[in-house]
Design a protein around this ligand. Sequence first.
Ligand code: ASP
Length: 336
Amino acid sequence: MDFTGAHILSIKQFERADIERVFKVADSMEPYAQRRRVTRVLEGAILGNMFFEPSTRTRVSFGSAFNLLGGEVRETTGFKNSAIAKGESLYDTARVLSGYSDVICMRHPESGSVAEFAGASRVPVINGGDGANEHPSQALLDLYTIRKELADRGRSLDGLRIAMIGDLKHGRTVHSLCKLLCLFDNIHVTLVSPPELAMPEAVTENMREAGLKVVVSEDLAHGIGHVDIAYATRIQEERFTSKEEANLYRGRFRLNQAIYTQYCEPNTVIMHPLPRDSREDANELDNDLNLNPNLAIFRQADNGVLVRMALFALILDVVDQVDACARDVNWYSGSR
Ligand code: ASP
């Protein structure tokens, strides 16, 4: 894949070598993300960060990644504050806003909307989540995290066993992650959800056709029993027709320390795209796991900055210039 000037809309655009390239560049971003070095490589460049659905991590980590490369960020959040509320089409918004930015990140509640927007944009567009469809940068950072966590345990991706748990029907992060895993060999995926919230058939079929071993289960204890990674997800309340309907499923699968100790193999890594729903009636990942060293959710969020820096550096074609525009930091930067 030629990254220069490319839109990043779906994981389907990537081949295995592209993933290796993103991960290698992400590794090289560590001194900057950890505030040991500063680079001004994107000085003068502008990111248009357009989030029409709630977001903290994705929006802030895209923004931070761009800032860490020396660029500036302009934000639009929510429909209320946007001309879309006055009836403006995605086409017009894209034509106008792409004139003000060098690259755009966009999140929108409709599947396919970011691709439609990109079709009219004059600059590269990154999909920050389009409805229940895809969230490609999250899948990249998830796999980057899985690879790192396994490496810390002396393992590689080969033979990976992963359980995905929760609302697999609406969870765009798991849709993208499943597509990404199809590029790798010898992968075992266990899909744990209520039948009504099962992974879309097309995604499951796709994995089977790619040679992955896929098991479908409704039983959390069975699902997390023999895996390297337990990947929990939130019930995507905003995709249901009513809160009452979502409430039928909230709290159905709860992972806590006692369940972990009873059913998981030692060192099973716990992941979640976040936010975890910590309200008492949901509590999908209990706070009593916070001190469990295998809880990787905050390392996973940190890795998001590295992967997003890599995407910007590749799309704007500055990978080879990052270090030449750098110096050590001159402020207290403590240990992270
Ligand atoms: N932050 C992720 C997303 O935007 C996961 C979630 O919201 O549950 O899809």
